[in-house]
Design a protein. Structure first.
Length: 44
């Protein structure tokens, strides 16, 4: 779990076109919003 204000660890996720997007791709940008959404109707 990452606390508010802590740096998130670098990770990658699948993107369109078969490529991957890495959090590090956004380094140097002013703000990055991370939003994790569990599947609909799951007991999370």
């Amino acid at each position: 779990m990452v606390d508010v204000g802590q740096k998130a660890p670098d990770f990658s996720l699948p993107a369109t076109g078969g490529r991957r997007v890495h959090l590090g791709d956004f380094k140097g940008k002013k703000n990055v919003v991370l939003f994790f959404y569990p599947q609909d109707f799951t007991p999370v």
